[in-house]
Each structure stands twice: as structure tokens, then as C-alpha cells.
Design a protein around this ligand. Sequence first.
Ligand code: NDP
Length: 291
Amino acid sequence: GRTRVCGIFGCPVEHSFSPAMQNAAFKAAGLDYVYVPFLVRPGHLQAAVEAVRALDMAGVNVTIPHKETVLSFLDEISEEARLTGAVNTIVNRTGRLFGDNTDGKGFLRSLKENTGFTPAGKTALLIGAGGAARAVAVQLALAGLKKLFLANRSEGRARELAAFLAAQAGTEVEVIPWPKGESEVLPGRAVTESDLVVQATSLGMYPRQQETVPLPFELFGPGKVACDLVYNPVETLFLQKAGQAGATAVDGLGMLLYQGALAFELWTGIAAPVGAMREALVRLYPVKKNG
Ligand code: NDP
């Protein structure tokens, strides 16, 4: 047989959770595949992408700082990749390189598997305007979200994302101002009117687990879903506070798992062994550095 090679291109890449997760998946599925972390420095990205073709690799994941720059080196990109302007998965289709973004789809699948939540006709509050927030916003809009409240520390970034979404999708977007003073919180209306609150900033991530978004947490009642993208730690202060107030909490590990499951399915064409992948991820905790 011929071992098929997958991997991840990033800089840094050594703390990625993906090799453990994907190698566990290949083993569980009985596939002769291997997943390798590749340290790809910024000036070498194009050569690294060319190597996927030259070495007939099955495909790769792409992470910081290459997700945006990689687009110009690919033959074809998905709708999600085009709309988010970022690629996290490359598939080698007999020499033609296809770029996709499974982050947003992974987020939605995690939400659905954990809570049954579907965005059509619903209202959500999204906190953050970085790469992860953009992937989530695009996917929610594609899935028919009715209204999105958007808040980000740098309001200009929130306005940019809002303008982009308004031009691309039928979702109504309202930018809400970030609290000015230490004792202020985001407006209660954005929480009470929302079915879903997504924390997509890096607040609360190791080693600053004691920090969180300034929110009126007492308004997170039963029936609301609170979702954090941070997965180190798994149980963030945001999820603890929202959960204590009665909301259903969904952690960032689910998104990490399903973006990987979708990449696995793109490379192998078979259903991902999600249980084995989740076990491999859980075995990585407690971790000290961010993945
Ligand atoms: P970016 O660097 O692109 O964006 C960072 C975001 O966090 C911005 O909105 C930024 O606001 C905000 N932020 C950072 N520090 C603070 C602070 N002190 N106060 C308020 N806001 C702050 O990062 P990503 O979007 O790529 O990642 C965000 C988080 O999501 C990370 O923790 C990452 O690990 C996680 N993630 C999880 C995934 C998963 O599969 N579960 C997938 C991808 C990411 P500003 O614009 O003002 O700087």
C-alpha cells in the first residue's frame, strides 16, 4: 500500500491539537493515512502548497498565519472560503487544489449536535470580529439567521464585518458599542433579544482564564444557548457564568472536533469516527499552551 499524507501548515504549529485528533481518526477508521505538523514560515507558503501537489499528499489544514494568504495559491475555493476570505482545509483532487473553510460549518454542526439549535429565523449576539468571529457570522448568515447583534472591542472591525454581511446576506446586523468604563456591560437588550450568544474573542483563554466579556450574565436564562469558541480551558468563565444563570453551555472543543471531522471527510471520503476523535482531544487536557 501507499501511505497517504495529510498535515497542518502553520507557524507556530507545535501546539496544534490536530495531529493527535486526525491520527486517532485514521487509526479508528483503519486507513493507511498519517497526519504531520509542518512548520511553514511565511516566505515558504507557496512552495509548501506546491509540495502538496508534488508529493501527491491527500490534503492539509492551514492555520496561523497562513489562512488568508493561501487563497491565491489554490485552483478552486468553496463558497465559505470565499466569503470568509480564509481557508483552513486544502484537498488535493488529483492535482487540483481545492480550498475550503470548515470552521464555520464545524461550529454549526457542534451547536446542532449539542443542543439541536438551528439558526433559521433566530437572533444571535456575536462577540468578536476576528477570523473566528467572521467564520461564525458568515455561517450563521448562510443558515438563515434573521438578526445579528455584533460587538467588538475595536468597533471599526465590527462595522467592517457588519457592512460585509449586509452586502452578502439577508441578515440584519446591528453593531453595539463596547462598554467604556470598567463597571459597564454590554446592553441587556442584545442578550434578552438573542436566542444564541457566541463568545468569539480570545478573552478567557489560558493563561488569562479569570478574564471574560463584560456582559449582563444575569440575563442568560433557560432557553438561551451560550457558546464559547475558546477551548483552552474547555470550561471558560463565560460558560460558567452563562450556565449558572440557566443557559445551555456549548464549549469550543465541539467546534474544533467538527472542523476536523469535516476535513477528515473531505480527504478520505468516508464518515469521520467522531467518538475516537473526541477521545483523542480529551486526552490532551489539561494543557498549558493554546492549541
Ligand atoms: P483574532 O486574533 O483574529 O481575533 C481576536 C478577537 O479577540 C478580536 O475580536 C479581538 O478584538 C478580541 N480580543 C482579544 N483580546 C481582547 C481583550 N483583551 N478584550 C476584548 N477583546 C479582545 O483571533 P481568532 O478570531 O482567530 O480567535 C479567537 C478565539 O477563538 C481564540 O481564542 C481561538 O483559540 C478561538 N478559536 C477556536 C476555534 C475552535 O475550533 N474552537 C477555531 C478558531 C478560533 P479586537 O478586534 O478589538 O482586537
